[in-house]
Design a binder for this molecule. Structure first.
Ligand code: FAD
Length: 416
């Protein structure tokens, strides 16, 4: 394990810090400190454009597609500095556009698809969402039933997706559809790109326990997309999807320890503020949290060292890559930690913690935003969102199956 960064990464860190010093408002205390939800959303949208203007979005992409051709380690440095400053990494849809689809198009897209879509992802003109899950297909994604057939020059799509995060903010969707009804399992599935603003598509928001609507049902009824907007060969979308999921699951090693450490500091302050820091059972649970966050930091270092050594980020299902396994361990670790830590926050507050005061987190993922006050609204939102953490990007049971099969070498699970 090598904990130092090479000189060029440190030089880039200095560049990022200079941008943050110039662009963040005076007295900046983190996006969580912006009290009104709409104000915080507005700031996040403007900040995303600042990152774009300063060349800090998609930095690992080649220059001809609007990136800077920098290494993954540079990306890690960028994320570290943004997390430390409490500044957003981008907008809600950037996770799907930049991190997932962009990186996947660089691997699988045609020259024309890359030329057409990549610059528009960075500029924010095209905002993407992910249409994989269906009412009958989540962990077992290959059982999906949305279908697409060629009609003239178009794919015609029928079916339903569910849990589609940010579809209401997006104008494009990448989706998996069965294009060969005779093929079974992973075969015969295509990875399609489709405009959302068309008559054959209806987006219905799902209201969550928090009262927010971050995700949606998306219905396709004769929706159309041109025949050339298939990524990879028709019927061969599975490896494309697995590349994409590898990007979804792997890259948080750098930021999680920073975000969870900041949240733990807030939790310690909460115990003191509410006079619970002498309670032996609360102290024991706080110590448990501290140990977990420290271990998370070392897990992160291990993954970063592998990234620095040039180990490829492998999609977890495709093979027993060391980094793929480490990504599964990290996902399992932070998500289960977070459920316990946020439950502790509620226990510290007692009954008043059940009455939300102040706004909740801007996003349904991970910790509340850096700088958030120690309010019941913040912790209740984080607690409810933490439930989702053990489900999205591969449930805890699925991660354990991956580790059992790829690391421990246990027999493969029986599939009916
Ligand atoms: C906040 C959030 C955002 C999301 N955003 C998106 C999105 O943008 N796009 C998208 O396509 N999807 C999205 N999802 C959906 C997510 O990918 C699925 O919820 C997830 O894959 C699990 O699928 P499922 O909900 O159908 O549960 P199921 O797969 O039905 O699982 C139900 C339970 O059975 C367990 N289980 C399933 N299979 C096995 C097995 N083989 N062995 C042991 N246990 C098993 C699971 O662990 C779980 O506990 C999102 C989910 C959440 C919570």
């Amino acid at each position: 394990m090598d904990l130092s960064y090479p000189a060029e990464a440190e030089a880039f860190r200095a560049e990022v810090r200079a941008v943050l010093a110039q662009e963040l408002p005076p007295g900046w205390a983190g996006i969580g400190a912006i009290a009104g939800r709409q104000d915080a959303e507005r700031f996040a949208a403007q900040w995303r454009q600042v990152l774009y203007r300063r060349g800090l979005l998609g930095i690992t992409w080649p220059p001809e597609h609007g990136g800077r051709g920098l290494s993954r380690l540079h990306q890690v440095v960028l994320m570290e500095e943004l997390a430390r400053a409490g500044a957003p990494f981008g907008e809600h849809t950037d996770l799907f556009g930049i991190k997932m689809l962009g990186s996947t198009l660089l691997r699988w897209g045609t020259a024309e698809q890359r030329r057409r879509f990549l610059p528009r992802i960075l500029s924010g003109e095209d905002r993407w969402c992910q249409g994989f899950s269906e009412p009958g297909a989540g962990s077992d994604l290959a059982s999906l039933t949305t279908r697409a057939r060629l009609d003239g020059g178009d794919w015609v799509i029928d079916g339903q997706k569910v849990w589609t995060s940010v579809a209401h903010r997006a104008n494009w969707i990448f989706l998996l559809a069965r294009t060969d009804p005779r093929a079974r399992g992973h075969r015969g599935i295509s990875f399609l790109l489709c405009r959302l603003d068309q008559p054959g598509i209806e987006i219905r928001p799902i209201r969550q326990l928090t009262g927010d609507s971050d995700f949606n049902e998306v219905f396709f009824t004769g929706a159309r997309t041109p025949a050339d907007l298939v990524v990879g060969a028709p019927g061969e979308g599975w490896p494309v999807a697995m590349t994409l999921l590898g990007h979804e699951r792997g890259e948080e090693a750098a930021t999680n320890p920073i975000l969870f450490r900041a949240e733990l500091d807030r939790l310690l302050a909460l115990a003191t503020e509410r006079g619970r820091d002498h309670d032996p059972l609360i102290r024991q649970r706080l110590a448990w949290c501290y140990a977990r966050v420290e271990i998370m930091r070392y897990l992160g270092y291990r993954i970063l060292t592998q990234v620095q050594n040039g180990t490829e980020l492998g999609p977890t299902e495709l093979g027993p890559t060391e980094l793929g396994a480490a990504a599964s361990v990290a996902k399992l670790y932070w998500s289960e930690y977070h459920a316990a830590a946020t439950e502790l926050a509620l226990d510290i507050q007692g009954l008043p913690g059940l009455v939300p005061e102040g706004r909740g987190p801007l996003r349904a993922v991970r910790t509340d935003d850096p700088g958030a006050p120690n309010s019941s609204g913040s912790w209740l939102g984080a607690f409810l969102n933490a439930r989702a953490g053990t489900i999205y990007a591969g449930t805890s049971e699925v991660q354990r199956n991956i580790l059992a099969e790829t690391v421990l070498g246990l027999p493969k699970e029986r599939r009916e």
